[in-house]
Design a protein around this ligand. Sequence first.
Ligand code: SF4
Ligand code: SF4
Length: 318
Amino acid sequence: MDKFSWRNVIKMSEVFKIGIVRGKGGVGKTSITASLGYLAKNDPDIKGVILLDCDVDAPNLALLFKPKGDISVKDLYTCFKAQFLEEKCVHCKKCIDEKYCEFNALNWNDENQVPVIDNLSCEGCGACAYLCPEKAFSIETVKSGVIKSYTTINDIPLIYGETILGATTSGKTVSDCKNFAEKVNETVSAQLAIIDGPPGIGCPVIATISGLDYILAIVEPTPSALHDVIRVIGVANQFQIPFGIIVNKADLESEFQDKFKQYILETNYDIIGRIPFDFSVAQSISNAQPVVEYAPNSKASTAIKEIYENIKNKILNV
Ligand code: SF4
Ligand code: SF4
């Protein structure tokens, strides 16, 4: 595969990028991402791996990898919020009476006869600044999140974004995270990037998926997980990115199993592997390690290693 030709410095556009996504939370995505990253790091066939956590509203990949040294932090300013300029306000109360704010972010302070902005609700739309006859609002850029990066004790470069409470730009944070990874990779020249994606099909997912070479969609045999992953697959199809399915907790006993198997059979999706339910996964998370490191001979680890080999053979062609 051309993308895998080894060079001294590899740009992110030349790195093979695999995104791990799911429709709903709690289906084992981060645990699988961590284990695949760990296996790639210890695989002599793969010349370097870099891990990204683009689940910027709830990043937890870093919980499974202790840092070797310092964690570097970069502030992001991609979010807009309204600021109230009290000296310009003539206390007419039009902003409340005429409902300038569609997001209910403006409240009235009776004592001081001024509007009060609820920062968490403010979407930075600019309507108040536009409508106030006295120009008593301005729209300012505020801190929206951070990008953190460090080298793990297993020598894997790990980068993740964290959105600040109330920030409205998770998708932009994901893009910034990916751009930052590009810079990191100028130093580490990894050949493979494994990206832990956010749930759902919204802006952060689209920002994560764009530019990927392959998507691994994680699903459990439950109605809600299947329903939600179908929506993610719809996004993957829209972007024309090839994808495969990993069924987690594949041996879960439920009335839905037969329907689930039938659906997968009919759709002819590429099944990359099945992971059985295994308590060692939960134990590995408690121990802050990928399960393939914590319990390498467990049922789940054996299945994940098979999946890893499938990825190498079927997707990476190495
Ligand atoms: S902020 Fe503007 S609209 Fe609201 S009370 Fe003050 S002057 Fe009137
Ligand atoms: S910027 Fe928009 S969302 Fe924020 S307070 Fe003004 S009108 Fe409401």
